[in-house]
Design a protein around this ligand. Structure first.
Ligand SMILES: [Zn+2]
Length: 326
């Protein structure tokens, strides 16, 4: 995957932005939002290189061969300012934004654009977000600030209102599979399904034994329900195996179990069938409440909460719900 080429399912977005650029109407602050693994970051990088490149192609893509492109691909072009949570941290701190503002006050390296990528933007803490407001309102000339987020709703309204929003959609299933095959992923269809349709997530997880992980988690939940596994122990193993993915799976299975119960059908996924068996006598309202809780936990996992306590609490709630079975 070349850094300078937009992903096939973002061709329209690309053309739209190129058009605006040619008309001199490129906004100076944009919010790229869409699911994890859809390719927001790849797009932001391709756009950055295109704006930095000295002799872009006809469709706006970077040439990949000029001095600016070489500097960019070597990973040290001074006109790309990347802000991400510091190592070992889950948040973007105010000092990082202050540092960014200081760097923006310096003169540009080239004569072209200067690009800022804040990823994920929803990880900025309140102080960091507040200190960015002025920059979003009046960015220095020829500066493009790109905020990337899969949870735009968790961004302060003051930030959202100062950015033009650009929505990134998942590709059609066939397009996603074709792309994964071209990247050398042989079980592309299965991988894409595991990644909820997000091709870049599928690439990231290509070496994980996801089927085995799912089976294990499903069995562990059954053991939890039968009182043979303590919530604390299961929480620990969920955290070890990647909590965001595990919670998403549980959410998926419970949703499917609920849906099947309402329609009187058998769930397609065997994990959902197992959950349906466990929760058969649980009141539907309670199950809906648990789905809300799962959704809430998914969001909280992105923050700096104590994850062990959070996941353990969720599993306690699950066992408490099972105890209400009639
Ligand atoms: Zn170039």
């Amino acid at each position: 995957m070349s850094d300078s080429t937009p992903l096939p399912w973002h061709k329209d977005l690309w053309e739209q932005l190129q058009q605006r650029l040619q008309q001199g109407r490129l906004p100076h602050a944009m919010l790229f939002h869409g699911p994890v693994g859809v390719g927001k970051y790849a797009f932001a990088r391709a756009l950055t290189q295109a704006l930095i490149c000295k002799s872009p192609e006809a469709d706006g893509r970077a040439c990949g061969d000029c001095p600016a492109c070489h500097l960019y691909t070597a990973g040290n072009h001074p006109d790309l300012l990347l802000v991400t949570p510091g190592e070992g941290s889950r948040v973007i701190k105010v000092d990082q934004i202050r540092d960014l503002i200081d760097r923006l006050a310096l003169s540009r390296h080239g004569r072209g654009y200067r690009c800022v990528i804040i990823n994920p933007a929803d990880r900025m803490n309140t102080a960091a977000a507040n200190s960015l407001l002025k920059t979003l309102e009046e960015a220095p000339q020829s500066t493009l600030v790109m905020l990337l987020s899969s949870q735009p709703a968790s961004l302060p309204a003051t930030i959202r209102s100062r950015c033009q929003r650009l929505r990134f959609d998942l590709p059609q299933q066939a397009q996603g599979v074709d792309w994964l095959l071209a990247q050398g992923v042989s079980d592309a269809s299965e991988r894409l399904q595991f990644a909820n349709g997000a091709p870049l997530l599928a690439i990231e997880e290509r070496d994980l034994p996801l089927a085995e992980l799912q089976t294990q988690l499903s069995q562990d939940i059954a053991s939890l329900g039968q009182g043979r596994l303590a919530p604390g122990t299961l929480a620990q193993s969920i955290l070890k195996g990647g909590e965001a993915r595990s919670i998403s799976w549980i959410y998926l299975w419970v949703s499917e179990a609920v849906k099947s119960r309402m329609t009187g059908t058998t769930p397609e996924r065997k994990e959902a069938e197992s959950l349906q068996g466990l929760t058969q006598q649980v009141d539907l309202q309670q199950l809906f409440g648990f789905l809300d809780r799962l959704q809430q936990v998914k969001g909280l996992l992105m923050t700096s909460v104590n994850k062990q306590l959070l996941v353990e609490g969720l599993l306690y709630d699950f066992t408490a719900m099972l105890r209400t079975r009639q």
